[in-house]
Ligand binder design. Structure first.
Ligand SMILES: Cc1cc2nc3c(=O)[nH]c(=O)nc-3n(C[C@H](O)[C@H](O)[C@H](O)COP(=O)(O)OP(=O)(O)OC[C@H]3O[C@@H](n4cnc5c(N)ncnc54)[C@H](O)[C@@H]3O)c2cc1C
Length: 394
């Protein structure tokens, strides 16, 4: 009775998306979630995420484009709106390199992939997109296919598809505390006094990744970001913003990079979300997470809004935090791979962790399902391999 083809540890957006794809192949799947489905304690908390095609790496540009049919498929399954296409605006110092990338390299990658975009100078950015007081050296690009993802609707849609599938069992309040994997035997996954077995295992535990992978003696070198976000009131309803990101050199502890969203009717209507893309004090353990944003980060965000945005009140009305595990290596990329070869049965254990992958939710479900069922995928995930650089030296 407790035997499944696949067990998924983690019922966030990625776990549900993987289960949905596995259900299309009629695979008997169990999803174990330590809190509740649609909880606000992981990386899929909150309402919005950016969908953007600009990336400095061509393989990322390709992957975002490849995710579009999977978003369309998901949208066809629900009446809820999953995305609002408002375009992506990238602007700032064209030479600055951040964890999000760099404007010049992104332009090159878009050109190489024949993705249309409009090149902008500082005056264009101010006149067309309502920013102000930008240095005259700032440059930018606008890519029309960018969108604000309704993450809440996305997770709700995936949850409802999984809950109604005859192939999927969903169990919440089920914290996995033991995993036993021996060569040529079924994998055993234990929650309290109950043990479930399966041929294959998918690990998608979000920010709690190290806690889960260490059950298999995989110790990941990660840092934890309790990311702040604030909502500012739109005082001029005749204007709206696209999704945007500003690239600027850091000033000491102030990472000086910010990103924002349009006002949308599903996320504090009449308010615009702006967030710093840096944290002043990274956490060393998930238990340090708090729902109260860092005061300095909020003050810096407010100051930037006051100095550079028009038509909004620079006092934050609502605030939120969201919690991420990020790889400690410089590029902070995703990890999508099998367990390392020192883990018995490693070829039957698939892992997704770290990085900003909200835009890939439906595609990542397909990739993880492909890896689980076929050991391979047609999508290029060669850049997301789990290597020694991701592991702690212990
Ligand atoms: C502030 C913020 C802004 C972001 N912005 C963007 C953006 O603009 N664009 C973009 O593309 N991406 C963005 N991202 C990234 C994106 O949100 C994440 O990549 C995505 O939500 C990850 O989903 P997940 O399912 O892997 O993790 P989660 O949603 O955290 O799900 C993991 C689940 O596993 C469960 N779990 C953990 N341990 C156990 C256990 N032992 N047993 C059972 N269950 C367990 C957790 O409770 C959790 O529910 C952002 C993330 C944050 C935090």
């Amino acid at each position: 009775m407790n035997n499944y083809d696949v067990i998924i540890v983690g019922g966030g957006s990625m776990g549900l998306s993987t289960a949905y794809q596995l259900s299309k192949e009629k695979v008997k799947t169990l999803v174990l979630e330590r809190f509740t489905f649609q909880n606000q304690l992981g990386s899929s908390a909150g309402f919005t995420r950016q969908f953007r095609i600009p990336y400095p790496e061509e393989y990322m540009v390709k992957l975002v484009v490849q995710s579009e049919p999977y978003w369309e498929d998901l949208q066809s399954q629900t009446k809820l709106e999953l995305m609002k296409k408002v375009g992506t605006l990238w602007f700032g110092d064209p030479d600055v390199q951040t964890t999000e990338g760099n404007i010049k390299l992104a332009e090159q990658a878009l050109t190489n992939q024949q993705i249309p975009y409009t090149k902008l100078n500082a005056t264009d950015i101010q006149n067309k997109y309502h920013f102000k007081n930008l240095p005259s050296t700032y440059e930018g690009l606008f890519q029309k296919d960018g969108a604000s993802i309704n993450l809440k609707n996305t997770v709700e849609t995936l949850h409802s598809l999984c809950a109604t599938s005859p192939f999927i069992s969903l169990k919440e309040h089920s914290k996995v505390d033991k995993i036993t994997s021996s060569a040529n035997q079924d994998i055993q996954v234990t929650v309290g006094n109950t043990t479930y077995t399966s041929k294959k295992l998918v690990l998608v535990p979000g920010p709690y990744v190290d806690e889960v992978t260490s059950l298999l003696r995989i110790y990941l070198n990660v840092t934890y970001w309790n990311m702040s976000s604030a909502y500012f009131k739109l005082t001029d309803p005749s204007i709206n913003y696209p999704t945007w990101f500003v690239f600027q050199p850091p000033k000491g502890k102030d990472g000086n990079e910010f990103y924002g969203f349009p006002a949308v009717d599903w996320d504090y209507p009449g308010y615009i979300r702006v967030a710093p893309d840096f944290v002043i004090n990274p956490l060393t353990d998930p238990s340090q997470r708090t729902s109260i944003p860092n005061k300095e980060e909020l003050a810096l965000t407010s100051e930037w809004v006051k100095n550079h945005m028009t038509g909004i009140d620079p006092r934050p009305y609502h605030t939120s935090t969201c919690f991420m595990a990020l790889s400690n290596n410089a590029s902070k990329e995703l990890i999508v791979d099998f367990a390392p070869s020192f883990v018995p049965n490693h070829q039957n254990i698939v892992l997704y962790a770290t990085g900003w992958a909200g835009k890939f939710i439906p595609l990542m479900g397909k990739i993880l399902s492909d890896l689980t069922l076929n050991q391979t995928t047609e999508y290029d995930i060669s850049h997301f391999k789990l290597t020694d650089k991701h592991l702690k030296n212990i």
